[in-house]
Structures are given as structure tokens and as C-alpha cells.
Design a protein around this ligand. Sequence first.
Ligand SMILES: Cc1cc2nc3c(=O)[nH]c(=O)nc-3n(C[C@H](O)[C@H](O)[C@H](O)COP(=O)(O)O)c2cc1C
Length: 214
Amino acid sequence: MTYLEGSGKEFAGPPLLLEQLDADPLRQFLAWYQEAQRVETGDPTAVALATSSREGRVRSRMVLLKAIDERGFLFFTNYGSRKGRDLADNPQGAFSCFWPASMRQVCVRGAVEKTAVEESAAYFESRPVLSRLSAWASPQSEPIPPERSFLEDRLQQVQERFSSGHVPLPPHWGGYRLIPDEVEFWQGRSNRLHDRFHYVRVPGGGWKVERLAP
Ligand SMILES: Cc1cc2nc3c(=O)[nH]c(=O)nc-3n(C[C@H](O)[C@H](O)[C@H](O)COP(=O)(O)O)c2cc1C
């Protein structure tokens, strides 16, 4: 057995109090995200997204959150990828993010829906042209030949195909919206006595908030 050594850093963050929290966890997330944007050195939009197959086999990977609206959290990907296939079979997901400088974690769980094609197209159009071409070129999550030239050749082919300039939204690519029914805000505190507040959506509207033991 090899014991792993972390930074050993104490999570000595400020208190998190129930009365500081917004009644809406999406607004609360946005407030924490805006603070993270100021103080984090890494990308504060990076989250570990978990999905599960029909049989209940779970997988996680990083994605970037690209938007939040009153319904949920948006991320974009290839609909034919492993996560896309999981979500077609079981439209439930969860993600966590960790903002180390703030000593904060947020964990979210809920149903996942595809965004409207217009929403996917609007975001796709905003991406740099090479990212748009890569979305056409890469059969995300499929096994491919070991040589990188396979991908470079595919990129060249799509560059030729769209040489007129306009790179449209690929039919296999777009957004998902995770519509939360549970959100937890975790603030690291000293001596491992962290502050945790857990929101659960109440049928009929609103949220119930409970403190959880660390
Ligand atoms: C920080 C980070 C952000 C990422 N963001 C995305 C993203 O927004 N969308 C995406 O499809 N893949 C993203 N990836 C790649 C995924 O982690 C993953 O490799 C890919 O989506 C295929 O996952 P799957 O085979 O489980 O579907 C990101 C990777 C990292 C490390």
C-alpha cells in the first residue's frame, strides 16, 4: 500500500450561515461562482459530471459549465459520446465542483434534458472556428486508430468541407440542461467541522434547506 500525501492544508474558511444563503440555490451558486471568478486561479466553471448507464454503472468526467438560467445549469458536448449515451438511457446527472482558494464545494443533482436546438446553435456560433470544426471532426468517445494523424486528417477534411466559411451546428452536438432537485453548498472550516447546507426542491415550488453534518 502506498499512502498518498495531500497538501495537508487546513480548510479554515469563514462561517457559512443559513441566513446568508439565497432562497434560490441557482442564485446562491451564481454568487459563489462570482466570488470564485475573482479568487480562483483555475477555471471556476470546471465540474466533475457523473452519469449512469441503464444498468446503474456510474462514470464521471470533467465538463465546463457554460450558462445558468432560472431552470438549471448548461453544458455542451457530443450527443453520441459516452455521457450522451448514458443520458439517453438515464436522463439523470450530478456534478461537483471544488474551488480550492475559497475552500468551497458545490454538489448538484437532478434531471438532465437536451437544450433547444436554437440554444445549442447560439452557443456553437460563439465558439472559435477551430473548436467548431473539431466538433465535426471528432467522433467523441469512439475508439480510433492510435496515430494522431487520424484526427488531423479528419480536421482537414471538415476544413475542406466547410471552406466557404460557415460551420453549422453538427446534428450530433449540443447542450444539456441539468435541472437541479438537490444542491449542497459546502464551506471548508477548521478541524474538519465544515458548514454544509443542502437544498431540496419542494413539490409545488420553493426549496427546503437543511444543515448537514460534516
Ligand atoms: C477541465 C475540462 C473541461 C472539459 N470540458 C468539456 C466540455 O465542456 N464538454 C465536453 O464534451 N468535454 C469536456 N472535457 C472532456 C471530457 O472530460 C471528456 O473527456 C469527454 O467529454 C468525453 O467524455 P465521455 O466519453 O465520458 O462522454 C473537458 C475536460 C476537462 C479536463
